[in-house]
Design a protein around this ligand. Structure first.
Ligand code: G6Q
Length: 551
């Protein structure tokens, strides 16, 4: 198989990188007064400004050529058609079917999946309405006020992030809590906030065998049964399941009538669009949940139909490839300027790193290139008072995405308005400072405004200077509402997919997650024996044996 590094576009990009490397982004802006016009895209009210990147028209042309040489068009079609592109698990990756609002048939193994997708959505609608309006009662007849989602990874991060992001749309009398960690502190602290008579547990697990989720769900079940004197009839009113595995759900004691189904072609990290989004539907209401799906569907259409150079996920993906593979910038920061989006960085960390943290190609060969970047971040302005120092003056260049609504969800009174202006000005300040930097002469002018003061403290000049030339994308939109959030998340999903296509990897498996689960299941029985363990390496044996001595 020819590698992407042998493609014409790749070779030209290597040469082009050498010629553009020394050009400061300041100069790119000086050379082209219309740089913003030339390097931004709109989708409804969403604006993606990618002008603060080390690119020119020629860069973009070559990057689009590269995407074409990687056969992006074909892969995009395969993704949406439900071909089994997750070949190591023999599965399709059809999260787009879950939000297929146009409802055209989507076939897997000769079966149109849309009827069952729509049936589950209807079941979710009925259930979430019943909980929200109090028709669904706890065992003692009281209405539900707390919803505890028990799940981990893909069965936790998406719903937790969305419920936090869209809190202002949430039901005022419902409180969502997310329990994921097997550390007993997580479930204990959650249960401290709950009354068994008014709590609903949603056990969310694709496999329904994940150790952490099953341990937390069992603890929650016991807690409920303790309250109702062991009466197992109470479970039906307080536990529902979201899973692909009806048999194990039943064994756990949850009636399959109270199970919301999804399918093996929904990857964990792409599952908030499936019944895994049940906690979202209950908290925000099904109308808002459907708007979230609709926003994602709009981007699916945009991604499918828009020419590459106007295609938002493609542009963001290819700029990422440019930095990772041609500049060796191997991390990427997600910096939302919206406190509601504070869980977006960990959400996207999973979406990206679990998808593209791969070193074997689709041709079963070792990949010779850097693939997925280390994705990290924190909401602004908090991050500014912590790690931004390194982004401004550290040795590593960290391409960053700044994400901000123009209006706060928390509706403007004069004070909220002021908060938002301060927030927005900080976002602008950071993106400009990163791009422009501050030369030593500019520092001197600031430090020594008069001739007399000139030269004093000269040794500080370099410390206070900034090289700039540090890239960022700015993604802005009117307000963070369900549709906008759906659009934003789908943009990132497709960006990640495009990068996986260029690197010729399978973005939809996660053997690294499976390996950890496998070793943990070998260690657990060792912790319960009294004899010293000799089964592993000396470090592992000693760590286990010290645990045994001290418990
Ligand atoms: C996601 C991963 C992983 C998964 C969890 C939970 O793509 O596969 O994060 O979601 O391990 O798995 P279950 O839903 O099966 O409990």
């Amino acid at each position: 198989m020819t590698e992407i590094t042998d493609s014409k576009a790749w070779k030209k990009l290597v040469e082009h990188q050498k010629s553009i490397q020394a050009t400061h982004m300041r100069d790119l802006f000086n050379q082209d007064p219309n740089r913003f016009d030339n390097f931004h895209l709109n989708f409804q009210d969403l604006i993606v400004d990618f002008s603060k990147n080390k690119i020119n028209n020629h860069t973009l042309k070559l990057l689009m050529d590269l995407a074409r040489e990687a056969k992006l068009d074909d892969w995009r079609t395969k993704l949406f058609k439900g071909e089994k592109i997750n070949f190591t698990e023999n599965r399709a990756a059809l999260h787009t079917a879950l939000r297929n609002q146009s409802n055209h048939p989507i076939m897997i193994d000769g079966e149109d999946v849309m009827p069952k997708v729509n049936n589950v959505l209807d079941k979710m609608a009925k259930f979430s309405e019943d909980v929200r309006n109090g028709d669904w009662k706890g065992y003692s007849g009281k209405r539900i006020v707390t919803i505890v989602n028990i799940g981990i990874g893909g069965s936790d991060l998406g719903p937790a992030m969305v419920c936090k992001a869209l809190k202002s749309f949430g039901h005022p009398n419902l409180k969502p809590i997310f329990v994921s960690n097997v550390d007993g502190a997580d479930i204990s602290q959650a249960l401290e906030q709950c009354d068994p008579e008014t709590t609903l547990f949603i056990v969310a697990s694709k496999t329904f065998t994940t150790q952490e989720t099953m341990a937390n769900a069992s603890t929650a079940r016991q807690w409920l049964l303790n309250h109702f004197q062991g009466n197992t009839a109470s479970i039906k009113s307080h536990f529902v399941a979201v899973s692909t595995n009806a048999r194990v759900v039943k064994e756990f004691g949850i009636d399959t009538e109270n199970m919301f189904e999804f399918w093996d072609w929904v990857g964990g990290r792409y599952s908030l669009w499936s019944a895994i989004g049940l906690s979202i539907a209950v908290y925000l209401g099904m109308d808002h949940y459907r708007k979230l799906l609709a926003g994602a569907h709009e981007i699916d259409q945009h991604f499918l139909e828009t020419p590459l150079k106007k295609n938002i996920p493609v542009i963001l993906a290819m700029i990422g490839v440019w930095y990772i593979n041609f500049f060796n910038y191997n991390t990427h920061a997600i910096l939302p300027y919206d406190q509601g989006l504070s869980l977006l960085p960990p959400y996207l960390q999973q979406a990206d790193m679990e998808s593209n943290g791969k070193f074997v190609s689709r041709d079963d060969e070792y990949v010779s290139l850097h693939t997925g970047p280390v994705v990290w971040g924190e909401s602004g302005t908090n991050g500014q008072h912590a790690f931004y120092q390194l982004i401004h003056q550290g040795q590593d260049i960290i391409p960053s995405d700044f994400i901000i609504p123009m209006r706060s969800q928390y509706h403007p009174n004069s004070e909220a308005d002021l908060h938002h202006k301060i927030l927005f000005s900080n976002f602008i300040a950071q993106t400009r400072a990163l791009m422009m930097g501050k030369t030593e002469n500019e520092v001197r002018k600031e430090m020594f405004p008069t001739d007399e003061s000139y030269g004093k403290l000269e040794h500080l000049v370099r410390h206070k200077s900034f090289l700039g030339d540090r890239p960022s994308n700015s993604i802005i939109f009117n307000e963070l509402d369900p549709k906008t959030l759906g659009r934003l998340l789908a943009i990132y999903e497709h960006k990640i997919f495009v990068q996986g296509v260029v690197w010729n990897i399978n973005s939809f498996d996660q053997w690294g997650v499976e390996y950890g689960k496998q070793i943990a299941s070998m260690v657990l029985p060792e912790l319960s024996t009294t004899r010293a363990t000799e089964a592993f390496d000396s470090s592992t044996n000693n760590l286990i044996n010290n645990f045994k001595k001290n418990t």
